[in-house]
Each structure stands twice: as structure tokens, then as C-alpha cells.
Design a protein around this ligand. Sequence first.
Ligand code: CO8
Length: 273
Amino acid sequence: MSEGEDILYEVKGKTAIITLNLDKKLNALNGPQYQLLTELLQRADEDEDTVLTLFQSTGRFFSAGANISDLGNAESSEIFSYPYWLKNFTGRNVWSTDVFMNHKKVLACALNGPVIGLSAALVCLCDLIYVNDEEKFYLLAPFSNLGLVAEGGASASMFMRLGWAKASEALLFSRPIPGTILEKNGFFNKSYKDQKLSTEAFNEQVRKDLEGQFENLYYPSIFENKELLKVNRDAQISAASSRESVIGLRRWVAGIPQERFMKLAQKDIKHKM
Ligand code: CO8
């Protein structure tokens, strides 16, 4: 294992494993942690021997999205400025989305628990999605509740993966979409519910199952097929990501999400459950 404590990077055979390891904060990530996650994904992409990149987590949540206490680090003089948010929001979001979207290897995620916000958007860019227990899983895109708009290309990827009806509920009304509904919509490949696995055992089982899927195949064809599969998707994700990031930038400069994040932290507002 490497890359410190918060996000772990490990290579096992032909699999690069990236693990969110902040379970006490439900794997909510601050800006530098999203940046590190993106750098690690790029590292897996560049590793010639990697066939599969497995994005996994620890504890009871896959990720509670952006760390809502992260804003405390910004100077008061810069919190409403374009340079600050271009660097800490627009630039980072466009880059992370692009790296996830353009990952050349097979990109799979093992969802041990619910996923929220920007992390949910990044999950929607994975090729394959596995869920430990759909009854304990939901996807929440609470952008309307936070004074934000979709991020990470979610305004395009969510209707592709959830269907228009559920993507509208998720994005317009910030409604959590339960795992049982997501199963019907074909959002994930497989549930491990019947096996009643701990998070660690689930992650291990997903890796073994996936390695069994590609071990005797011709790897360059896998990568070329991935490229073909995503070619039409990418134009829409790219356009969405750039548009979302510019609208979001204006919101931050106007101070709207800051106010909503503070209300959430003080429990004056909460997310629908
Ligand atoms: N940020 C920071 N800490 C968090 C977060 C978060 N997003 N989510 C949970 N935690 C912490 C809690 O503060 C708590 O810590 P502590 O034990 O020290 O008090 C611990 O995790 C456990 O959380 P809860 O006790 O609240 O657990 P519950 O099961 O009761 O509730 C929820 C779980 C529903 C996930 C609840 O914690 C919650 O609503 N969290 C906020 C989720 C959220 O709004 N995330 C942001 C989504 S938007 C996004 O990702 C894009 C924003 C772009 C920002 C860009 C910034 C530059």
C-alpha cells in the first residue's frame, strides 16, 4: 500500500486498486483528496501492466461526496473570487472528470455503501459497478439542495445510467435513488447481498471475480473495445462537464453554496433520505 493514509494505492497482478480510506468521515473528500484520487487514477492508466483499475472504499459508505467542512481553509478575501474558485472548483472538476472519462483500462468500482455528490458522478463514469447490498445502497446527487448544479458530467452520465425519469428525480429534486430501484434500471452489474460480506471481503471478492473475467482474453482488444464503447458517450460528458463547471463557478463566486453548506453543517437543512 502507498500514498499515505487517506487514499491507498496498491497493485495486485494486473489490477491497480485505489481505496478511499477515510471511513470516519464516510469517505468524504476535500479538494486535495479529489486531486490525489485523480492523480492515482492517472498513475493506474499509465502503468503498462494494469488491465483493471478497481476503485473501492472502506467502512459503511462508499463516499459522502465533497467534504463540507473544507471551505474553512479558504481566506475570507478569496472566498468570493474567480481566481480561487477557478483553481479549487472549475479547474479541478474539469480535470478529474476528464481523467475518469478517458481512463484507458477497465475501470470498475466496488460500492460497499451509499455514494453522494461528486463521488457519485465519478462512479457514473466507471465501466462496471458492483454493489455489496442494494438494500443498504443509494445514490444521492444533492446539488439542488446545496445551491449547486450537477458536477463531474453527471447531467449527462446520470440519464445514460439511470434513465431520464430517475435522473430527473435525482438531479432536479435531490432525491436519493435506492439501490433496489437502481438494480431495476441496470445501474450496476452485480449485487453481493446474498453473500453477506464485510466491506473487506466484498472488495476482495469483486477483484477476484473481475480478474476471472479477463484473465484469458487478449488485452489490447479489451482496451480498443472500451475506446469504441465510450466514443459517443464522451462528447456528451465533456460538454456537460464544461458547462456544469462554469455554472457552478458563478454560484461559488456569488456565495450561494457556501451559505447552503454552512446550513447543512449546522443542521438547519438536511438531505432527503
Ligand atoms: N463532509 C464532511 N464530513 C462528513 C460528510 C461530508 N460530506 N459526510 C459525513 N461526514 C462526517 C460527519 O460530519 C460525521 O463526522 P463526526 O462523527 O466527526 O461528527 C461522520 O462523517 C458521520 O456522519 P453522520 O453522523 O452525519 O452520519 P449519518 O449516517 O447520520 O448521515 C449523511 C450520513 C447523510 C451522508 C450525512 O453525513 C450528510 O448529509 N453528509 C453530507 C453529504 C454532502 O452533502 N456531501 C456533499 C455533496 S456535494 C458534492 O460532492 C460536490 C460539492 C463540490 C464542492 C467543491 C468544493 C471545492
